[in-house]
Ligand binder design. Structure first.
Ligand code: CP3
Length: 352
């Protein structure tokens, strides 16, 4: 077991003292980096890139070669689980994800099962072990999964959607069917995240990208309740260290108290929430991750620095803040600007 040279990120998630505010970016390995586009072209397709441990390791490390980031995130996708369930995932060039089969009828739901991660998802676990080895203790590795509800959105629609009409139709006509899908997904995500932890993930994040599309009452029942089940079932400690869990509901700013009660160690915030107010609301219960508007990276270097300063000041003194974007980095961002952001977080937070 190699010791971690930089564990600032893990300490901040547990609200332990830190020398500066750690930072990583959602989608930090991605199309805004020319070296990512080159490796993806060599792999042939996005899924082939995910399935090749050597290439997945290469792209995971690319942003760390450019910037002094405080964490690496496994290069994969949230849709690997429904793919392993046999739904047939593909990514057409320039389009979003597509599934060959959807889950809409009683019969579709009855045949769903939670895949054994050491079988159809072994390629992800191989990537995790390979990345850990390549990192050699530089920074911690984050594992991740989609939330049961967010996965269900893609499984039911078969693709992304503006209104999630089929999901909402099921929720308001056959809630029992939706609950059955969510129960299978919660089992699948728990097993998958635990397998990632066993393979070497040192923190995990649950991406609840579409939870914010639910009504207030439906969010608790159809998204948060299932994330709670997952958090309860996660391995909490490995090799003598706590494995922190981050819950990120995009558009979840109005439910922070409830999310803080889920058992997660940290809450991911999108950019629509004031982080000072978020901290007041959750108190000492959890750490906060976020929450720069990703579009700030289209502004000037001065604009980026002043937004970083504003968020650091709003969070205030003391540990418990991991700097991040409020959602994934855009493919159109200039990599130089990402560098400005990371430098600003480190230098401005050290000075305080
Ligand atoms: O953060 C990282 O660097 C790790 C890798 C990562 C990817 N996807 C790689 C990816 C992570 C954590 C994800 C999560 C993910 N995937 C989410 C949740 C977070 C979010 O953004 O809301 C969702 C909803 C997906 C599903 C997904 N994957 C969509 C909708 C798309 C297409 C849209 C797009 O941006 O092209 C993907 C493809 C995808 N996943 C890409 C990357 C780098 C781009 C694919 C490519 O290279 O062509």
């Amino acid at each position: 077991m190699t010791t971690l040279k930089n564990d600032t990120f893990l300490r901040a998630l547990l609200k332990e003292p830190v020398e500066y505010t750690p930072v990583w970016m959602m989608r930090q390995a991605g199309r805004y980096l020319p070296e990512y586009r080159a490796t993806r072209a060599r792999a042939g397709s996005f899924m082939q890139l995910c399935m090749n441990a050597e290439l997945a390791t290469e792209v995971t490390l690319q942003p760390l070669e450019r910037y002094p980031l405080d964490a690496a995130i496994l290069f994969s996708d949230i849709l690997t689980i429904p793919d392993a369930m046999g739904l047939g995932l593909s990514f057409a060039e320039g389009e979003g994800p597509r599934f060959a089969r959807t889950v809409r009828t009683e019969a579709d739901v009855a045949s769903l099962y939670a895949p054994d991660p050491t079988d159809k998802l072994q390629y992800v676990l191989n990537a995790v072990s390979s990345i850990r080895k390549a990192l050699d203790g530089r920074v911690p590795l984050i594992g991740f999964s989609g939330s049961p509800f967010t996965l269900a959105c893609y499984m039911i629609e078969g693709r992304g959607s503006d209104d999630f009409r089929n999901v909402k139709a099921m929720l308001y006509s056959r809630p029992d069917l939706l609950h059955a899908i969510l129960a299978v997904n919660a089992r699948a995500v728990t097993d998958y995240l635990n397998a990632q932890i066993e393979a070497g993930a040192q923190a995990v994040q649950i991406f609840d990208t579409w939870g914010g599309a639910l009504s207030h009452a439906a969010y608790q029942t159809f998204s948060l309740a299932y994330m709670k089940t997952i958090v309860d079932g996660l391995i909490k400690e490995k090799d003598g260290r706590r494995i922190p869990c981050i819950v990120f509901t995009k558009g979840g700013g109005q439910w922070l108290e409830a999310i803080a009660g889920s058992g997660a160690d940290a809450i991911g915030l999108d950019w629509t929430t004031d982080i000072a107010e978020a901290r007041r609301r959750v108190g000492e219960r959890v750490a906060l991750q976020g929450n720069l508007d990703p579009n700030v990276l289209f502004g000037s270097p001065e604009g980026i620095r002043s937004e970083v300063a504003r968020i650091l000041t709003a969070y205030g003194e003391g540990s418990g803040h991991v700097f991040n974007l409020g959602h994934g980095i855009s493919q159109f961002v200039d990599p130089e600007n990402a560098g400005v952001l990371i430098e600003a977080v480190h230098s401005l937070s050290r000075r305080r």
